[in-house]
Design a protein around this ligand. Structure first.
Ligand SMILES: Cc1ncc(COP(=O)(O)O)c(C=O)c1O
Length: 425
């Protein structure tokens, strides 16, 4: 029986204008890199189910972790209580992040991980008795849909009704035309003229604004500049974390390290809702006091849910296997070849790759626009061919689970070539 009538009657979907939206795809099962609809038609999960899935669906090691943990300890309050998988995850994740990041706070998703990083940064200065309120971010950034996260992200179409409630942020431009020096001057002018509390950035790749990439060298210079003016730095690694950039974290490409990092998405292999905010020891120390109000008075019902933590630990096991890194390297090689092959298409521009993320723009004459008609056209074209690939406007990108076989990667790229040829003059 079709899910659509009850879905239409009772469900409100994310980022969806229900007045005009087509009926959603009914996905009833998943295995490896494939999703299956109610007619048992398979789709390659070419964007890893909103960029979260890293080891394919139904991975046996992840399944075992969920099952074992459910039988051992399913959930417990995390205030005044600890449990083995939270401690194991905190210990293991900090050993893989820059050394100065030593304290892990748990939440449920990428937006909350960012929200908490902001609260830590603001309260760090509050606890020190220093008045710093300003945030500097980058144009085009996306950090989530809660109020703090929206306040520091790109303003406009997606959040217009809420703008009167946002707090103040300044934005540096995105470095997209050899303008690094200009960006650094912009950043300096903000850092030196205002009491900036925090500089927040998606390291190396801006995800939602179209998989836009920039250099680790510029990121290093921006981070150093912020630090020179006493500003804290948040790396939002919600999308870039867990192998997407070719290393475990984007910060692994940098010599200047952040004071706070937000993680989610690939953290649980894309299976459970979990977010982490990892803070430096120096930040943590400012919260220690005989005054209880100097503590971080924040928490969620599902903070450090043991099943989510167990899955995150199992995910780390898989990242400790050579085969995961071999798979990542293969995707990088196939991605590079794909980029070279795209050069022959006249309607393609701005090809780019960072690690396992390969992206390009279809030249529609409208620039990089999220609402380009090409998005819908491409989405339907790929669905017909058994590929679930959601373009970001006129930006087509592949960021598949790392377990994808070469044959399936080629199926995606061949379909893209077919799509491009269908309207190339
Ligand atoms: C860089 C970045 N930060 C934060 C978020 C928000 O994460 P969530 O959707 O889990 O709230 C996203 C989601 O796409 C993201 O890409």
């Amino acid at each position: 029986m079709s899910l659509i009538p009850d879905d239409k009657a009772y469900v409100w979907h994310p980022f969806t204008q229900h007045h005009t939206a087509e009926a959603p795809l009914e996905i009833v099962r998943a295995e490896g890199v494939y999703l299956f609809d109610s007619d048992n038609k398979s789709y390659i999960d070419a964007n890893s189910s909103w960029w979260v899935n890293v080891h394919g669906h139904g991975h046996p090691h992840i399944a075992k972790a969920i099952n074992d943990q459910f039988k051992t300890l399913d959930h417990v309050v995390f205030a005044g209580v600890t449990h083995p998988k939270a401690v194991e995850l905190a210990t293991r994740i900090t050993s893989k992040l820059p050394k100065l990041l030593s304290k892990v706070f748990f939440s449920d998703n990428g937006s909350t991980a960012i929200e908490i990083a902001l609260k830590m940064a603001f309260q760090y200065f509050h606890n020190k008795g220093e008045e710093r309120r300003k945030v500097v971010a980058m144009h085009g950034s996306y950090h989530g849909d809660t109020f703090g996260a929206m306040s520091i992200g790109q303003r406009g179409y997606f959040n217009k009704p809420f703008e009167p409630f946002f707090f103040d942020a300044d934005y540096i431009d995105f470095p997209d035309c050899n303008n690094d020096q200009l960006i650094l001057e912009q950043a300096r002018s903000y850092f030196e003229s205002e009491k900036v509390a925090v500089f927040v950035i998606e390291p190396l790749v801006q995800g939602a604004s179209g998989m836009r990439m920039y250099s680790a060298n510029l990121l290093d210079q921006l981070t150093k500049l912020a630090h020179d003016f006493g500003t804290l730095v948040i790396f939002d690694e919600v999308m870039t974390g867990f192998g997407r950039t070719g290393k475990l974290f984007a910060s692994d490409f940098c010599t200047e390290k952040p004071d706070l990092v937000a993680l989610s998405k690939g953290l649980t292999a894309g299976v459970m809702a979990l977010g982490l905010t990892i803070a430096s020891e120096e930040i943590y120390q400012t919260f220690l006091s005989d005054d209880a109000s100097k503590a971080l008075l924040h928490g969620h019902s599902f903070t450090a849910n043991p099943i989510a933590c167990a899955v995150a630990c199992a995910n780390l096991d898989l990242f400790e296997e050579k085969s995961t890194w071999d798979n990542i390297q293969n995707i990088e090689t196939w991605g590079e070849k794909f980029i070279n092959d795209l050069a022959t298409y006249s309607n393609v521009c701005n090809t780019r790759r960072c690690g396992t993320i390969t992206a390009f723009e279809i030249n529609t004459g409208e620039g990089n626009t999220y609402f380009s008609d090409i998005k819908k056209q491409a989405y339907e074209f790929f669905l017909e061919r058994g590929i679930l690939l959601r373009p970001l406007g006129n930006v087509i990108f592949i960021n598949p689970p790392f377990t994808i076989a070469e044959e399936d990667y080629s199926k995606i790229t061949n379909s893209i070539f077919e799509f491009l040829a269908s309207f190339d003059d």
